[in-house]
Design a protein around this ligand. Structure first.
Ligand code: GRF
Length: 185
């Protein structure tokens, strides 16, 4: 496996993937100065910062991402808080090989602010989903899920904190499984 992690933010999931010793050959970040860039640098993993705003259209940015991934011979992509929807050309270039983590039990609460959506809805159980990326938003085949109880006194921060702790175990676990399956081929 030659794994690229695409991230936009703090990069705590990236960190968990790096700590698991997975074969990360590249980190791509679309926001200069984000925590994920520092984490990649600290781990000595090549990182490309490519702000999407520099590109005229989604198609042009996707083509640039394809070029960057191709340069490093990437065969698997893990989205880890990458705040950008991938277009069809990119999704089709890696069939069944783009994975995402989402902070809810999909298909509940797709899209932005999943943790806030869950609190506003008043669910007693939410969780984490790792799924393959298709051309929809958080709609691809589910690979793994783990539940997180919502407490009476939870706010967005306290719930996010417990959800992130689960993400940091589940995401590396699923990616490890995929890497091991590749090794056995
Ligand atoms: C995570 O909650 C993940 O589920 C969502 O974005 C967040 C990224 O956090 N897709 P981090 O940058 O990995 O800390």
């Amino acid at each position: 496996m030659r794994l690229a992690v695409l991230a936009s933010g703090e990069g705590t999931n990236l960190q968990a993937i790096l700590d698991e010793g997975l074969p990360v050959v590249l980190v791509v970040c679309n926001r200069a100065g984000a925590g994920c860039v520092r984490r990649a640098e600290a781990a000595g993993v090549p990182v490309v910062v490519s702000p999407h705003g520099a590109w005229a259209s989604r198609e042009a940015y996707d083509a640039e991402l394809l070029r960057i991934l191709g340069e490093r011979d990437v065969d698997t992509v893990a989205l880890a808080g990458f705040m950008r929807i991938l277009g069809p050309a990119l999704v089709r270039a890696f069939p069944g090989r783009i994975v995402n983590i989402h902070p809810s039990l999909l298909p509940a609460f797709p899209g932005l602010h999943a943790i806030r959506q869950a609190l506003e809805h008043g669910v007693r159980v939410t969780g984490v989903t790792v799924h393959l990326v298709d051309e929809g938003v958080d709609t691809g085949p589910i690979l793994a899920q783990r539940a997180v109880q919502v407490r009476e006194d939870d706010d967005e921060d306290s719930l996010a904190c417990r959800i992130h702790a689960v993400e940091h175990v589940l995401y590396p676990e699923v990616l490890r499984r995929l890497a091991t399956a590749d090794d056995g081929r």
